[in-house]
Design a protein around this ligand. Structure first.
Ligand code: ZN
Length: 54
């Protein structure tokens, strides 16, 4: 049985703590990407959760 929910991807913004370069990635990921500019491991900036209306 194939459950569509299981493949749902969560967009998150990641930011480089050094040069502030940002990028959108889709969770789940194994590792956070490296910054293409300075090769530093990027960190999650914010969750872009548009699916929730509170
Ligand atoms: Zn950087």
């Amino acid at each position: 049985m194939d459950r569509p929910d299981h493949h749902k991807k969560e967009p998150v913004e990641v930011i480089c703590p050094k040069c502030r370069y940002t990028e959108i990635i889709y969770l789940p990921v194994d590792d956070l990407p490296l910054c293409p500019k300075c090769n530093t491991q990027m960190m999650i900036s914010e969750l872009l959760d548009e699916g929730k209306s509170y």
